[in-house]
Design a protein around this ligand. Structure first.
Ligand code: FES
Length: 569
C-alpha cells in the first residue's frame, strides 16, 4: 500500500507529531489507531435546517461501523449544508461556497479517503465538486427519498405542491386542506420522493460510479439504506488501499453514462448545471451540446413524477437505477469501473425490472425520446434548455407574443392582475433571475400561470427565463438562457408584444425583432444595479460563470490536488 497521506500528520516524530496525535486523544483514541490505518473522513451535511439530511448522524454511524470493520479509522466532520426549502434567496447561490468548504476541509485535514453524505438537492453536487478538486478516493452515500406521501387516500409528493397551489389559486381547494397536505406529504425522513433534483443527483452519483449499486432509490426510512452506508464504509478503506482516486472514476465515459441515464429516468434540468460544474472541477471536457447529443434520443424508461406517475419508493421496489441502466446497456460504456471495483457490465448482470409499469423496457418505453434538448437562437445565443418529458407536446412548436416580467417581484405583482394582457398563446418571459441577475439563479422559471387563464382551464404555456426550475416541476419551460439578461443577453431586450418562436424539434428559438431594432434597444440597455459589493455574494456576482458552463465560480474550475507541504506549527 502506498504511504498514507494521513501519516504526514499522525506518523510524524517530534513536536508536530505529538501535537497532531495528542489533541485527537482527548476523544479517547488509543495509539494503535494512528499506526498506518487509512483515515476515512465522513463529510456530513447533516443539519436541522436541511430537513432532507436531518437523519445523517445516524447514517454516519453506519459508515463508521463499516470503516472500523475494514480496519480504517473514521473521522466525521461537518460542512456547510444547504436546505433547499429554507435558504433564501436560493440554495443555488451557495452551492459553490459549500463546495469550497468541502474542498478545503478535505485537503487541510489528515484524511486518506472520504465518504460524502449528501441528500437535499445542492448538497450532492457541492460535495462532489469539492471532493473532485482534491482528488482523494471518494464514495458517496445518498440520504434516500422520503416514503410516498398519503393524503385522503391519494399518493402525494413534491410535484403535487404546484398542482394544489394552482387549485388554491382557482379557489377549488381550501387553505386548511392545503395545510393538511404538508404533513401528509412529508411523513418520513428523506428527500423529495419524486424524480426531482435530489433523486436526480442520487442517480447522477450512482451512474457516475461514485456509489455502491442501488444507492439512489433505497428510501431513507428503509433499513437497507443503513446497510448500504455500512458497506460503503468497508469499501472506502479498500479504495484507499488500492489507491483509486476520484479522477479514476470520473472519466469522460462516466460523464457520458450519467447523461444517458439522466435521460432514461427523466431527471431534473438542474442535472445539466451540476454535471457541467463537476466536469469543470475534474478537468473533463464536457459541453452543453453533449447533453443534447447523448441524451435527447434516449427513451424515457422511468415512469416517475414529475414526468410520469410514480414515486421513488415505487422505483426502488421495481428494481431502482440498476434496472434502468440494464435496459440502457447498449447506450452505456459498460466497461466503466465503479467504486466497487467492478465494471458496469458485472454490476448490472443481475439487474431486472420487477414492474414494467414503473421501469419500462427499452423496446416499449414510456416515451420514445427524453433527456434534455438544447435550444439556440437569437434569444439564447449560448443556449437554453427544455425537458420535453415534462412539457406539453402541442406547445413544443409554438409562436406567441411575449408577456414580459422584468423581475420576479414584477411577476408576482402583475401575474394575477385581471388587466394583464395575456392569453393561452402568449409566451411568458421572466428576466433577471440568472446566476448574476438574481443573484443565484432561483427555481422560478416554471412561473405559475395567470389566474384568469387557470380559470379558463389552461394547464400549460410556453415560458422562458434565465432561471431554473425545481426538478419536481413541469411544463413547457425554457430555462438557463445564456447569456442571461443581467449579463446583456438578448433576453434583456424582449418587450411586451414581441413575437417569439420556439421549435424544439429544430432546437430553435427566435425573437422576431429586426436586428436594427435590437441594436437600438441594446444601446439603451443599462445593466441592473445588483446592489452587492461585499462578502461572498459580491465575489459570486463578479466570478460566476454563465449557465452553459455550469454556473461555477471562474476561479474554482479545475483542481488543486491534495498535497499540503507546510505544517501548522
Ligand atoms: Fe430537499 Fe426536495 S427539498 S430534496
Amino acid at each position: 500500500m502506498k504511504k498514507l497521506r494521513s501519516q504526514e500528520w499522525f506518523g510524524k516524530k517530534g513536536k508536530d507529531g505529538f501535537i497532531y496525535r495528542a489533541w485527537m486523544k482527548n476523544q479517547g483514541i488509543p495509539d494503535e489507531e494512528f499506526k498506518g490505518k487509512p483515515v476515512i473522513g465522513i463529510c456530513n451535511t447533516y443539519s436541522e435546517l436541511t430537513p432532507c439530511n436531518a437523519h445523517f448522524r445516524e447514517l454516519a454511524e453506519s459508515v463508521k461501523k463499516g470503516v472500523l470493520q475494514a480496519g480504517g479509522f473514521p473521522v466525521e466532520f461537518p460542512v456547510m449544508s444547504l436546505g433547499e426549502t429554507l435558504i433564501k434567496p436560493t440554495a443555488m447561490l451557495y452551492r459553490n461556497l459549500m463546495s469550497m468548504d468541502v474542498e478545503e476541509s478535505i485537503r487541510a485535514n489528515p484524511i486518506d479517503g472520504v465518504v460524502l453524505l449528501c441528500g437535499c438537492d445542492k448538497t450532492t453536487p457541492a460535495s462532489v465538486m469539492g471532493a473532485a478538486s482534491v482528488g482523494l478516493p471518494t464514495m458517496v452515500v445518498s440520504g434516500g427519498p422520503m416514503l410516498t406521501g398519503k393524503y385522503v387516500g391519494k399518493d402525494v409528493a413534491t410535484s403535487d405542491v404546484w398542482r394544489y397551489a394552482d387549485e388554491v389559486t382557482k379557489g377549488s381547494f381550501s387553505q386548511d386542506d392545503f395545510r393538511d397536505v404538508e404533513a401528509a406529504m412529508c411523513r418520513s425522513r428523506g428527500h423529495c420522493a419524486v424524480m426531482g433534483t435530489a433523486s436526480t443527483m442520487a442517480c447522477m452519483v450512482e451512474s457516475l460510479g461514485l456509489t455502491l449499486p442501488g444507492n439512489a432509490a433505497i428510501p431513507a426510512a428503509d433499513s437497507r439504506r443503513k446497510v448500504l452506508a455500512q458497506l460503503t464504509g468497508r469499501r472506502i478503506v479498500d479504495l484507499v488501499k488500492e489507491d483509486v482516486s476520484i479522477d479514476k472514476i470520473l472519466t469522460r465515459e462516466a460523464f457520458e453514462n450519467a447523461i444517458v441515464v439522466n435521460a432514461g429516468i427523466g431527471g431534473s434540468t438542474n442535472f445539466v448545471l451540476h454535471l457541467l460544474a463537476i466536469a469543470g472541477r475534474c478537468e473533463v471536457p464536457l459541453e452543453l451540446d453533449d447533453f443534447d447529443r447523448l441524451g435527447s434520443q434516449i427513451p424515457l424508461l422511468a415512469n416517475l413524477q414529475p414526468s410520469g406517475k410514480y414515486f421513488m419508493e415505487n422505483f426502488y421496489y421495481a428494481g431502482g437505477l440498476p434496472a434502468v441502466m440494464k435496459q440502457l446497456e447498449n447506450h452505456l460504456h459498460m466497461d466503466s469501473t465503479i467504486v466497487n471495483g467492478k465494471s458496469l457490465k458485472e454490476n448490472l448482470s443481475q439487474a431486472v425490472s420487477y414492474n414494467s409499469d414503473v421501469i419500462a423496457t427499452i423496446d416499449n418505453p414510456f416515451q420514445e425520446s427524453s433527456g434534455i434538448v438544447v435550444v439556440r437562437g437569437n434569444l439564447a445565443e449560448k443556449g437554453c434548455i427544455i425537458k420535453p418529458s415534462a412539457a406539453t407536446p402541442a406547445l413544443m412548436q409554438h409562436k406567441g407574443k411575449a408577456v414580459v416580467f422584468e423581475t420576479i417581484e414584477d411577476y408576482h405583482a402583475r401575474v394575477n392582475d385581471p388587466s394583464l394582457v395575456v392569453d393561452k398563446d402568449s409566451v411568458l418571459v421572466l428576466k433577471n433571475v440568472g446566476p448574476k441577475g438574481y443573484p443565484g439563479m432561483p427555481e422560478v422559471g416554471n412561473m405559475a400561470l395567470p389566474k384568469k387563464l387557470l380559470d379558463e382551464g389552461v394547464t400549460d404555456m410556453v415560458r422562458i427565463s434565465d432561471g431554473r426550475m425545481s426538478g419536481t416541476a413541469f411544463g413547457t419551460v425554457l430555462l438557463h438562457t445564456a447569456p442571461e439578461s443581467a449579463a446583456g443577453g438578448n433576453l434583456a431586450l424582449v418587450r411586451d408584444g414581441d413575437l417569439i418562436e420556439v421549435d424544439v424539434s429544430r432546437k430553435y428559438i427566435h425573437l422576431h425583432v429586426d436586428e436594427s431594432e435590437l441594436d437600438r434597444r441594446r444601446s439603451e440597455w443599462k445593466a441592473p444595479d445588483l446592489g452587492f459589493d461585499r462578502g461572498y455574494v459580491g465575489q459570486y456576482i463578479h466570478h460566476v460563470q454563465q449557465a452553459d458552463l455550469g454556473a461555477d465560480l471562474d476561479f474554482l474550475t479545475g483542481k488543486s490536488g491534495h498535497v499540503v507541504t507546510r505544517d501548522s506549527h
